[in-house]
Design a protein around this ligand. Structure first.
Ligand code: BGC
Length: 266
């Protein structure tokens, strides 16, 4: 049976670890050729690219700081040089610099906004231009698909993380406004909003049993998420199976956004 993303070319930013790594792997497993962007960890991006290439897929690792327009241009150029074009762009790069509000430095604020919000702006803008340059293809009903990596914190306020929550709240309206603007061209823009997914970014929240028990109080479904949970959602959102899904945030969070604190209270 033909794979869901056969003959499509994808770029995943922030693919050297965590959710980006899982998404890149899932897209490759679904038949896409994948460009794995990394910022500082070349080894893991190159290792995954080697694995994909050795198992009959196609992948490259590309270094870029997504908050830097020149890096974005060079990254898209590298994708065009290797694959000819892109059909799927996952704007995933993100980071946390947590601190109590009064102690948060301007640098903590600007660094998080630069990667999490400006990075998605620059990545999506380059994607739209590439889809337009290339024109329609037979590999997908859409001219192109953009997936923004958001978070449950696009709607759940998060004390001690105002920079991060502001960036993800920003992604919500960024994604929807962009989706509205480019939908007539059959460019589909959607977000995935992961809950607590077991990666290095939130290791403190799951790596002791005390921390995990506390975290599970926030997750009605009773387990911490895995990057594969997000990978599967990304494959679906990138495929024609979701062709009529436009401007939506898909929460993949085990019910974290269901206000679990209200189960026996309120
Ligand atoms: C954050 C994680 C956190 C999760 C749920 C994510 O967006 O990056 O650190 O565990 O949201 O709170």
């Amino acid at each position: 049976m033909e794979k869901l993303l056969a003959n499509q070319f994808a770029l995943v930013t922030g693919a050297s670890s965590g959710i980006g790594y899982g998404v890149a792997k899932a897209l490759a497993d679904a038949g896409a050729s994948v460009a794995l962007n990394y910022h500082s960890h070349a080894e893991s991006a190159e290792k995954l690219a080697d694995e994909i290439n050795q198992s009959g897929g196609a992948a490259i690792a590309v270094k870029a700081d997504v908050s830097n327009p020149a890096d974005i241009d060079a990254m898209f150029e590298a994708c065009r040089a290797r694959f000819g074009t892109l059909d799927i762009v996952v704007a995933n790069s993100g980071l946390q610099k947590d601190s109590a509000f009064a102690e948060m430095t301007l640098d903590d604020w600007q660094t998080v906004l630069a990667t999490n919000l400006t990075g998605q702006f620059l990545t999506a803008q380059a994607a739209v231009k590439e889809f337009r340059r290339r024109g329609p293809t037979s590999v997908s009903k859409a001219l192109g698909k953009i997936i923004c990596m958001s978070s449950v914190h696009e709607v759940i306020p998060w004390a001690g993380h105002v920079n991060y929550a502001a960036s993800k709240g920003g992604i919500q309206m960024f994604m929807k406004s962009l989706a509205q603007e480019v939908a007539p061209e059959r460019i589909r823009v959607n977000s995935i909003a992961p809950g607590a997914i077991r990666t290095q970014i939130n290791r403190d929240a799951w790596d002791t049993s005390a921390a995990r028990d506390k975290l599970l109080e926030l997750i009605p479904y009773g387990r911490v998420g895995e990057v594969e949970d997000i990978g599967k959602a990304a494959v679906w959102l990138a495929s024609d199976e979701s062709d009529y899904v436009v401007g939506t945030t898909l929460f993949v969070d085990g019910g974290m956004t269901l206000y679990p604190g209200f189960v026996d209270n309120g």
